[in-house]
Write a protein that binds this ligand. Sequence first.
Ligand SMILES: NC(=O)C1=CN([C@@H]2O[C@H](COP(=O)(O)OP(=O)(O)OC[C@H]3O[C@@H](n4cnc5c(N)ncnc54)[C@H](O)[C@@H]3O)[C@@H](O)[C@H]2O)C=CC1
Ligand SMILES: O=C([O-])CC(=O)C(=O)O
Length: 352
Amino acid sequence: MEANQRIARINAHLHPPNFQVEESSSLRRANCRAKGAGPGFKVAILGAAGGIGQPLSMLMKMNPLVSVLHLYDVVNTPGVTADIGHMDTGAVVRGFLGQQQLEEALTGMDLVIIPAGVPRKPGMTRDDLFKINAGIVRTLCEGIVKSCPRAIVNLISNPVNSTVPIAAEVFKKAGTYDPRHLLGVTMLDVVRANTFVAEVLGIDPRQVDVPVVGGHAGVTILPLLSQVKPPSTFTPEETEYLTTRIQNGGTEVVEAKAGAGSATLSMAYAAVKFADACLRGLSGDDGVIECAFVSSQVTELPFFATKVRLGRNGAEEVFPLGPLNEYERAGLEKAKKELAGSIQKGVSFIRN
Ligand SMILES: NC(=O)C1=CN([C@@H]2O[C@H](COP(=O)(O)OP(=O)(O)OC[C@H]3O[C@@H](n4cnc5c(N)ncnc54)[C@H](O)[C@@H]3O)[C@@H](O)[C@H]2O)C=CC1
Ligand SMILES: O=C([O-])CC(=O)C(=O)O
């Protein structure tokens, strides 16, 4: 290629006159030429310009399993894409702005991560977000139906206990539903549980594994402290303190941020930990096991979070709860009661 042609391509990349479909196509060509998409997975982040979306996009750009990273939002993706695109890691980054570019953003994706939607302010429950976020999740899932119906979906937008059933209903309606492909992200509950339990035990959190089951709101978040690894015992006071702190972890951050949003940095960390596990599963790695809120037959509820084995087809195996102590059995009953209502609310949003 002539030198002046190469410079023209780079300029087109650096100074797109606007961020419309035609421009993003040329940007895509420039990107592919400039960097070359290596082997790996194609990942889209929907809500990429937000508090979670930005650090999540940065961390996914650093993931060696990712070859192409599509950043979609209804605002600010040109800036975030330009910024992250300068990182000298392998993934090719492309930005997409606004609903008219959703289809293009999703085409060919292997994994779609969704942190789009409004966060809580002090005094709100996650369910208070339903009104706005339910519609956002529906629209984005309709895009997935059209452009990448076989992709694995990691759903972060709250209230997860209702948005996962919403996504399932959208996919069912379109005839594309594969329950193994839809995963509500509860990893932050596990990350918090590992941290708080490690503090109590006085050990490194990286050595700790706490299964957290149920759902992702208040009493539906049920840490199984009797199954902690390494095997540990807790006094009744420690059990009560840890369970309450893990269940209120999100609220602790919302209050500390005092109106400036909810957990973003720890959530981006947790989302990447979970997405990486999904990609390792897709690659064919053995023994990839994490907690997630999925279609389940572990209880009488249609969705429930437990440990799942991630493989080439997503959540290939959903593990049972294992032995629970009396405290956990009581917690399970409370969790199921609240979860049943939240799941029904999500289902009704699409069916009615
Ligand atoms: N599952 C979990 O453990 C957690 C979930 N969350 C949830 O994640 C969501 C996002 O939180 P933040 O990033 O802090 O909020 P944020 O407000 O900082 O960012 C949200 C982003 O979504 C974008 N957005 C809004 N409508 C959209 C649409 N139709 N399509 C694409 N993008 C759209 C916004 O433009 C914004 O950039 C909230 O619902 C929050 O409650 C937050 C922390 C933990
Ligand atoms: O608490 C919130 O609203 C955000 C969230 O889900 C969490 O931090 O666990």
